[in-house]
Design a protein around this ligand. Sequence first.
Ligand code: CP
Length: 302
Amino acid sequence: MKHKSLVSINDYSKEEQLRVLEIAREFEKNPVQNILQDHVVASLFFEPSTRTRLSFESAVSRLGGKIVGFSEATNTSQKKGESLRDTILTIASYSDLIVMRNPIEGSARFASEISPVPIINAGDGANQHPTQTLLDLYSIQKTQGTLDNLHVAFVGDLKYGRTVHSLVIALCNYNTTFHLVSPVELKLPSAVKMHIKERNLTYHQYTEMEEVIPQTDILYMTRIQRERFSDPLEYERIKNAYILHNEMIQETKDGFRVLHPLPRVNEIDIKVDQSPKAYYFEQALNGVYVRQALLSLILGIR
Ligand code: CP
């Protein structure tokens, strides 16, 4: 994995993904290590982020490395008309690895093709978010004791939710049964469903989530992505389609957990946060260990 960019989750084999999780477990036990002191990581966020950007920064800091970059493009020379190509080529000469979030689908792949240093895709439009997937896999493995043969329900915006797309593809390696709950307008794209079909796995589609909950091991909630809608009225019409309350998770399988990539808008009532079945804030913390593992593997320290 040394110097290997991560743009789509399938850029890494199942074995490579499991290697990241194995190293992440080591970092969870011992998160402060001075192993990146000679390294500079560039963090280019052309789109808002809280968890991804700051967990990468935390990961680099706890490993003794330096991080440079920006959290919005407005103060960069992109505003003067600089191309993404020139930005990447310049920043690659200042750093050993580039983490980039960009609203344009395919931008991370383009960057990886021209960059002399590895690129980690921190989210490209509605396409993919592979580092979120690795931390989701880590969280599922940690809470369930396995990744195999689970029933996983995805609820909400399955059309624009890039975390959903990457995680569905990754879970196809583990004989998952998929329960896909969304408004008709926000169904999982056919291109992603194709991965499920190619593996001869089972998926069920629903518009209501109540009947799904008792069958599932993991309930993966997502927000309706307002920023991806061209028609604001359409967003207003379906923004409250799914709201999870404590009463809805009384009768569940043992080990059942609620995950959410966050940010949350209103799709999980805050009273659910007190439930032992809520796991989304621990999930966000796991992102630090997983990103520490990824950085150390790509930079050739592990
Ligand atoms: N899960 C996630 O990508 O969160 P941020 O948008 O806050 O980075």
